[in-house]
Design a protein around this ligand. Structure first.
Ligand SMILES: Cc1cc2nc3c(=O)[nH]c(=O)nc-3n(C[C@H](O)[C@H](O)[C@H](O)COP(=O)(O)OP(=O)(O)OC[C@H]3O[C@@H](n4cnc5c(N)ncnc54)[C@H](O)[C@@H]3O)c2cc1C
Ligand code: FES
Length: 353
């Protein structure tokens, strides 16, 4: 037996809170803390997985990690001094002890599963967004608005986040759809634009806390590009529940060619039990076109459609979400009534030396 092929010994991570040990997991070579935790059924809080949102921050009490990206970008100076790291960007170099906030303490998984499935359909919605339909080996329960991690074994092995575009049902759903925008140079989104039926897919989820909150307040939805996916699912789900809260849906796109699902949105509007206002807003429609709708950015029309008692749901490009969130707060919508998912990708990574 040759001795020079060494298999790296798995590291151990102990999670603790309030000085009490909770759970210990093993991490394989090159695996991040977050991936290892999710793989072992721990519902570790996270969102973007690319170091851009800080949802996965946790305090390193003992041990050493290699950081894949510059966490100073999203963590405050004080947090860095206190040893906070991003679980999605940290690969253990030694055994670790990680302190979690009480709210992060691993408990029973709220239903995240890993399922196999196959592509059943792929169709173009616009020149850069495709709908990818999958059939899962068994029904999955999720809340409309949540997302899943998708990977294509042997083709795109590293999982990417995509929001369900279809609402769930009480017993779960095995026929699920995602809207995938082609990111320039993107591995998964490039593959998805030409995905062939029958291709095996792996799905892990559901994840995320982007779902419709209870209440009677008006619902304000702001979608940009493929950010329509979770909002369409969330509103279709609410329609099934006979929700009658007033709705305003602002849909930002570049030109008329970038608008899609208009029939589905018209159906929603027609069957909604209360007021339902749908406003497409185009930022780059040629001035010579006969388009008679709104022009500009969604933030340009926000003031006329926002009531301070609104509950707001924002989804799409990070710049749009940040701008709309700031404007909503300036218009008097409390931060606790604003919910958002930013569609971050790896291009936002700032690498560590
Ligand atoms: C919670 C959540 C939900 C989402 N839901 C959706 C959805 O429903 N629909 C949707 O279209 N998108 C969604 N997204 C965004 C989606 O996850 C990304 O667009 C996706 O990961 C891109 O994957 P890709 O393989 O196509 O691109 P990647 O191959 O990951 O590359 C993305 C970009 O980063 C660049 N890049 C690659 N590696 C690096 C690196 N190491 N350093 C710097 N740059 C790099 C690439 O050139 C490319 O421009 C969601 C994101 C989040 C966080
Ligand atoms: S999940 Fe780690 S920074 Fe967003």
């Amino acid at each position: 037996m040759f001795g020079f092929f060494k298999t790296a010994k798995p590291r151990r991570i102990q999670f603790e809170s309030d000085g009490q040990a909770h759970q210990t997991i093993e991490v394989s070579d090159k695996e991040t803390i977050l991936s290892a935790a999710l793989r072992q059924g721990i519902p570790f809080p996270h969102s973007c997985r690319v170091g851009g949102c800080a949802t996965c921050k946790c305090q390193l009490r003992e041990g050493k990690v290699k950081e894949l990206t510059e966490s100073a970008y999203v963590l405050s100076e004080q947090e860095l001094d206190q040893g906070y790291i991003l679980a999605c960007q940290s690969v253990p170099r030694t055994d670790l002890t990680i302190r979690l906030e009480q709210a992060q303490v691993p408990g029973p998984s709220p239903g995240a599963q890993t399922l196999c499935g196959r592509v059943t359909d792929q169709r173009r919605l616009t020149h850069d967004i495709s709908a990818l339909r999958l059939r899962l080996e068994q029904p999955l329960r999720y809340a409309a608005g949540q997302y899943a991690l998708l990977s294509v074994p042997g083709i795109v092995d590293e999982a990417r986040s995509y929001s369900f575009a279809t609402p769930s049902t009480r017993s779960g759903r095995s026929d699920v759809e995602f809207f995938i925008r082609q990111v320039p140079g993107g591995a998964m989104s490039g593959w998805a634009q030409g995905a062939t039926p029958g291709t095996p897919i792996s799905l892990q989820g559901p994840f995320g806390d982007f779902y419709l909150r209870e209440g009677q307040q008006p619902i304000l939805c702001i979608a940009g590009g493929s950010g329509l996916a979770p909002l369409k699912a969330l509103l279709e789900d609410a329609l099934q529940q006979h929700n009658s809260r007033p709705v305003v849906l602002l849909f930002g796109a570049r030109t008329q060619a970038d608008l899609y699902c208009l029939e589905e949105l018209a159906h929603l509007q027609q069957h909604w039990a209360g007021d339902f206002t749908f406003v497409p807003v185009l930022s780059e429609e040629p001035s010579s076109s006969p388009w008679g709708g709104q022009r500009g950015l969604v933030t340009d029309v926000l003031a006329q459609h926002t009531r301070p008692n609104a509950q707001a749901y924002l989804c799409g490009p990070p710049a749009m979400v940040d701008a709309a969130e700031a404007q909503l707060q300036a218009l008097g919508v409390p931060a606790e009534q604003i919910f958002s998912d930013k569609f971050l990708d790896k291009s936002s990574l700032v690498h560590s030396a």
